[in-house]
Design a protein around this ligand. Structure first.
Ligand code: F6R
Length: 240
């Protein structure tokens, strides 16, 4: 399903409703939520609606989508930090409900295995909410990624390291990422992709109307049986 919204606010309200409805139906849902700018307002709305409607998030399991290798959980701009500020903190999520990459680990491969196992033990992802990179990445599944991979460490694309500076106040050394693989995202029972703003219009067109190819990882989502692509008007301008 491709849904076009008049603006970012409407897109975010719809995304938030999806999360709230899922948690109301399944209080022990397994959620994988992206960092990045696009879902920020969705998360604010989730928190507001959860508080207004008394939705209990205490049983929800959160699986991290990705993290910049070498970035500490306490560093503003990092994915964990962002989700801590936006979701985990405001919803008072207990630490034992959060499985997030340790991007400071000496053995990153072992950390990937830990997250793979956590997903398996939790019975898979109920919902993955993802953004799209300027190069079509999903999480840190960069162009050319092996779509059969589970969690893995990746040399980031130069588009990703350049664009990624926007999250950090002073220059951050961004070279590698640690991410869930496309195999895990594609196995989620539901995927929601959010894209907003004119900068995303061209890549959205390629992802949605182009060939399904690992050179545009987001295009792989078009083969998912239950995917919602939520676009604001600006991100949808190049669609036929
Ligand atoms: C962040 C992530 C990335 C972003 C993508 C879009 O956890 O997984 O794939 O979703 O780079 O970022 P924004 O939303 O900042 O344009």
């Amino acid at each position: 399903m491709i849904a076009k919204f008049t603006n970012y606010q409407e897109l975010s309200a719809f995304g938030a409703d999806k999360i709230i409805q899922l948690v109301q139906q399944k209080p022990d849902a397994v959620l994988c939520l992206a960092g990045g700018d696009t879902p920020a307002l969705t998360y604010d709305r989730v928190v507001a609606k959860a508080q207004e409607a008394g939705v209990d998030f205490s049983g929800v399991i959160f699986i991290g989508l990705d993290e910049w290798v070498g970035i500490q959980p306490s560093t503003p701009g990092g994915c964990y930090y962002f989700l801590q500020q936006k979701i985990f903190g405001p919803l008072h999520i207990q630490k034992d409900k959060i499985y997030f990459f340790d991007a400071m680990a000496n053995d990153l491969k072992a950390d990937c295995n830990r997250i793979d196992l956590a997903i398996e033990q939790q019975g898979g992802l109920d919902l993955a909410l993802v953004g799209i990179g300027m190069n079509g990445h999903i999480g840190f599944n960069e162009p050319g990624v092996d779509a059969a991979l589970n969690a893995h460490v990746v040399e980031l694309d130069e588009v990703t390291t350049a664009v990624g500076q926007k999250y950090f106040a002073s220059g951050a050394a961004l070279a590698k990422g640690i991410t869930l693989g496309m195999a895990q995202i594609m196995s989620a029972r539901e995927v929601v992709l959010v894209a907003s703003g004119p900068k995303k219009a061209a890549i959205i067109r390629e992802a949605i109307q182009g060939r399904i190819t690992n050179t545009i990882p987001a295009s792989l989502l078009m083969a998912h049986p239950r995917v919602s692509i939520l676009l604001d008007a600006a991100a949808a301008t190049e669609l036929d």
